[in-house]
Design a protein around this ligand. Structure first.
Ligand code: AHR
Length: 331
């Protein structure tokens, strides 16, 4: 009898240990095992901040639908970096399976990403990059902001001859966003390489048209006809600058107007490119939802994903773009 009790006790002990050792406590493992929807927390900067961001938000919502096996919870930080970090913390507290972040600011992520790691919740960065140690997130998918800026400065170098003064005003994105940092750095490097280029002024237009129109109007007052190049770090800001310049009676774009550089290549602004108002519009691809969905599905099935996943991007020019190209654009 004693022997039987001992055997039963040992068996129970072994079963208990085995169960702990093999139980994968990650939420994703539970949801995979249960066949339930994959629960994903999506920390978006500000869903309706720009045409680009609206297209990006729509792309994620469409790709991470229930029909595709996801339960998507989106938090909108209203472009407030502190709120976005607390949005991510609340996803951790809810025990989501994965977290997607389109980071308002590239800094300030270490603490909350360490909390996500401790909770075994994989983090996928989308669009924006961050300065945190790469070991704190699973991977990134997006465009190349610095490379986009180089496409723009390459065009400026072709537009103006070496003996022409290029007096540039720079409408920056929200300060600290990796898109602003990359595009501004490319402009700084272009200015350093070209002694005839001069930065007259730079200020954030906060990605939006109204702010940018006000900033541009003040620069027109201050610098007048010195300005011959506007480097706007997204389409909405370029639009604000064009409105202010046009209302001040300035000639913009085309062969001999004030050169207008923009980023994003949203359809509405490619129309302005074809009308000659925007000289060059460098694409930043917002359609990242499918890429994020396939990354998560691969992780869910135990697969490996690349740390960096860059998407194809091109640039459009006022003297070569066609209506056919614009009509074929997906956003
Ligand atoms: O991160 C991409 C940038 O974010 C886009 O260029 C801009 O429109 C958006 O705010």
């Amino acid at each position: 009898m004693k022997k039987l009790i001992t055997v039963l006790l040992v068996a129970a002990l072994v079963l208990g240990l085995t169960a702990c050792g093999s139980k994968d406590s990650t939420a994703s493992a539970k949801s995979a095992a249960s066949g339930k929807l994959i629960k994903v927390g999506f920390a978006q900067c500000k869903a309706d901040e720009s045409d680009w961001r609206k297209a990006n938000t729509k792309s994620v919502q469409e790709a991470l639908s229930e029909a595709n096996g996801f339960k998507l919870i989106m938090a909108d930080s209203n472009n407030d970096a502190a709120k976005q970090a607390s949005d991510v913390q609340s996803f951790i507290d809810q025990g989501v399976d994965y977290i997607i972040i389109a980071a308002v600011n590239k800094d300030g992520w270490d603490t909350v990403l360490k909390n996500a790691q401790a909770a075994k919740i994989p983090v996928v960065l989308m669009d924006r990059t961050i300065s945190a140690d790469p070991s704190l997130y699973n991977c990134w998918i997006g465009g190349g902001f610095y490379k986009e800026g180089v496409k723009a400065t390459d065009w400026i170098a072709k537009r103006f001859t070496a003996d022409q003064k290029v007096n540039i005003v720079n409408l920056q994105g929200q300060l600290g966003a990796s898109a602003q940092v990359g595009r501004s750095k490319a402009l700084d490097d272009g200015i350093a390489k070209n002694s005839n280029w001069k930065l007259l002024a730079r200020q954030t237009g906060n990605w939006d048209t109204k702010t940018s129109k006000e900033v541009m109007a003040s620069w027109i007052q201050q610098y007048g006809d010195q300005i011959n190049c506007v480097y706007a770090e997204n389409d909405n800001m370029a639009d604000g600058a064009i409105q202010a310049l046009t209302e001040a009676g300035k000639k913009v774009g085309g062969k001999d107007g004030i050169a207008i550089i923009s980023f994003d290549a949203n359809k509405a602004y490619l129309q302005q490119c074809m009308e000659g108002k925007i000289n060059v519009d460098v694409e930043c691809n917002p359609l990242l939802g499918q890429g994020v969905a396939s990354i998560i599905k691969k992780l869910q099935s135990g697969g490996k994903v690349d740390k960096e996943n860059s998407v194809e991007e091109s640039a459009f020019y006022y003297d070569t773009i066609t209506q056919k190209v614009i009509d074929a654009r997906p956003y």
